[in-house]
Design a protein around this ligand. Structure first.
Ligand code: 4AD
Ligand code: MG
Length: 461
C-alpha cells in the first residue's frame, strides 16, 4: 500500500484534475450537511490539509461523517478543481476506510488551545496548525544550515556527546556515570577512578574544543548536534537539552567570524521565505503580528555593531528601567540585551569585546589586557542567539588563562598542544538552534519549538 502524500497533490494540484488517488491522514474535523458532508484531512506532509467531499450515498457515510478529530483514515477518490472556492481543489471520495476512530477524549480539538495545555499533550500537539508550521520551519532551517556551510566549503563533523572536557569552564553539566547512587553500600567505595570511564565525564555542553582541533586540520568545520546544560534557569529561552551549530574557522579573526554569522542568519531566513510562506503567514496572523516584516528587515539590512563598553555607556543612561543596574564589568542580563536590540538598535546587534572576567578562558585577549575578542549576537524579542569569539592561539597566554581560571592544566593538555603544533588565528561561534527558531517563528517559549523539551523537573517521555 502506498498513499499519495498531500504535499505532492498540493504542489501540483492542476495536474491532478480528474485523477484518482488514495490519501491517508488524520481527521481535523468532519461536518455533515445532510445530503453530503466534508472531512478536513491532514497527513502532515503539507501545512494545508485536504478537503474531502463525501456524498451521502458513499458506503459508510453515516459513520465517516461523524468521525472525531484525530481519527485516522484512508480515502480513495478523485481530485476535482474548484476554482473560486477557498481551496482551489478537493477530493471527491469514492471509498473511506476508517483505520482508528478516536472518541471524545481526544485532547486536540478544533479550537485555540493554550500553550500550557499543548505542552501537557506534547506528542499530540504536533497535529495542530501551529506545531505543523513551527516544525516544518525547523526542518527548513536545519536543512538550510547544512546547505549554507556546505556551499561555503565547511566540513560537517560529529563531536562527542560524552566528554571529559568541561569546556565552558564551570558551566553546569550533567554527569555521566554507572555508579549506583541508589545503593548506599556500593557508593561507599565509588570514586571517579572506578567509574565507567575511570574519571568524571559529562554530557557535552558544547562541541567547540573538539571542533577547534578539527579546524586546525580541515580549516573550516561545523558541528550540528545536541548539547546539554544543567543550569537551573527556568526561563522561556533556556532548555536543558538544546541543539547547537558550532562552526570553527582557521585563519579567521573576529571580524570574519561575524561576517559568517550574519550571512548564515540571512541565508536561513531567506530559505524559510522561499519554502514556508504559508506557514509564515499563519504565524504572522496568530503568533507574532508583523513577523514577516521583521524578518524582511533582517535580510535587507546590515546588523548593528557596538562594543561592550559602548553598550554599557548606552545602558547606564537607562538604568532606572532595569532590575539589575549596569556598570562596566557586569554580565549583561536578558533585560539589557533586549533593551539594546529592541529599543536602541531595533535590529540584531553584535556586542563585542567583553571584559575577560565574564567570558570563557579560551577567548583571545585584546591588546588592552582587560577585554577579549568575543561577540554575542542579540536579537529583538529573544536576546542572545549566538555566542562566539576569536580563540586564544598564543600558547603562553592560553596557559596563563587556564591557570587564572583555576582549571587543571593536564585536563587541557591536548588543547594547549594545538597551540604548539601549527597554531593559527582561528575563530568560531555557537548558534542556539532552538533560539533562532523562536526568532523565525515568533514563538516566545523555547518549549514550543522543541519536540520533547527538557527543562528542570521536566522530562516526560
Ligand atoms: O554562548 P554559549 O554558551 O557559547 C558556547 O557554548 C560556545 N562554546 C560556542 C562557540 O563559540 N562555539 O552558547 C551558544 C549559544 C547561545 O548563544 C544560545 O543561543 C544557545 O547556545 N544556548 C542555549 N539555548 C537554549 N538553552 C540553553 N540553556 C542555552 N545555552 C546556550
Ligand atoms: Mg553565551
Amino acid at each position: 500500500m502506498m498513499k499519495t502524500d498531500l504535499c505532492i497533490i498540493n504542489n501540483n494540484y492542476e495536474a491532478y484534475d480528474g485523477k484518482a488517488v488514495t490519501v491517508g491522514g488524520w481527521v481535523r474535523s468532519a461536518r455533515d450537511l445532510g445530503s453530503f458532508g466534508f472531512i478536513d484531512l491532514n497527513d502532515g506532509t503539507t501545512f494545508k490539509g485536504l478537503q474531502i467531499i463525501c456524498d451521502d450515498n458513499l458506503v459508510g457515510y453515516d459513520t465517516a461523517i461523524k468521525l472525531n478529530a484525530g481519527s485516522s483514515i484512508l480515502c480513495q477518490g478523485t481530485i476535482v478543481l474548484t476554482p473560486g472556492n477557498k481551496q482551489p481543489y478537493e477530493l471527491k471520495a469514492t471509498k473511506i476506510e476508517i483505520l482508528n476512530a478516536t472518541d471524545e477524549t481526544y485532547p486536540i480539538q478544533k479550537k485555540r488551545h493554550t500553550p500550557e495545555f499543548l505542552r501537557d499533550n506534547a506528542v499530540l500537539r504536533s497535529r495542530t496548525n501551529i506545531f505543523n508550521a513551527v516544525f516544518r520551519i525547523r526542518n527548513t532551517c536545519a536543512f538550510a544550515i547544512h546547505e549554507f556551510f556546505q556551499k561555503e566549503n565547511f566540513m560537517y563533523v560529529n563531536t562527542p556527546i560524552i566528554t571529559s572536557a568541561d569546556c565552558e569552564g564551570g558551566s553546569d553539566v550533567f554527569r555521566v556515570t554507572t555508579h549506583k547512587f541508589y545503593d548506599k553500600k556500593y557508593m561507599e567505595t565509588a570514586t571517579p577512578e572506578n567509574d565507567f570511564f575511570g574519571k568524571n565525564v559529562f554530557l557535552t555542553p558544547t562541541g567547540q574544543l573538539e571542533a577547534e582541533a578539527f579546524a586546525l586540520a580541515f580549516s573550516k568545520v561545523y558541528t550540528f548536534g545536541p548539547t546539554f546544560r544543567s543550569e537551573n534557569s527556568n526561563t522561556t529561552r533556556h532548555a536543558s537539552e538544546f541543539w547547537m551549530i558550532e562552526p570553527e574557522m582557521a585563519f579567521c579573526d573576529l571580524k570574519g567570524d561575524m561576517e559568517v554569522m550574519e550571512k548564515m542568519i540571512k541565508y536561513i531566513i531567506n530559505s524559510v521565505f522561499s519554502k514556508n510562506m504559508t506557514e509564515l503567514e499563519f504565524l504572522d496572523q496568530f503568533v507574532e503580528k508583523g513577523l514577516i516584516d521583521k524578518l524582511r528587515n533582517v535580510v535587507n539590512h546590515d546588523f548593528a555593531h557596538c562594543t561592550y563598553t559602548e553598550a554599557i555607556d548606552i545602558l547606564k543612561k537607562h538604568n532606572d528601567k532595569f532590575e539589575y543596574k549596569v556598570e562596566w564589568g557586569c554580565d549583561l542580563q536578558s533585560e539589557h540585551e533586549r533593551y539594546l536590540s529592541e529599543q536602541i538598535f531595533k535590529k540584531p546587534v553584535f556586542v563585542t569585546d567583553y571584559p575577560k572576567d565574564i567570558k570563557a578562558f579560551y577567548m583571545r585577549m585584546n591588546e588592552d589586557g582587560k577585554t577579549v575578542a568575543a561577540c554575542d549576537l542579540l536579537a529583538p524579542g529573544i536576546g542572545e542567539i549566538i555566542g562566539g569569539s576569536q580563540r586564544e592561539e598564543r600558547y603562553d597566554v592560553l596557559l596563563q588563562k587556564i591557570k587564572d581560571f583555576g582549571l587543571k592544566e593536564e585536563d587541557y593538555r591536548w588543547y594547549l598542544d594545538l597551540r604548539r603544533f601549527g597554531s593559527v588565528v582561528h575563530s568560531g561561534y555557537g548558534l542556539g538552534f532552538d533560539r533562532i527558531l523562536m526568532y523565525v517563528t515568533g514563538m516566545t517559549n523555547i518549549r514550543d519549538v522543541q519536540f520533547c523539551p527538557r527543562t528542570p523537573r521536566n522530562c516526560n517521555f
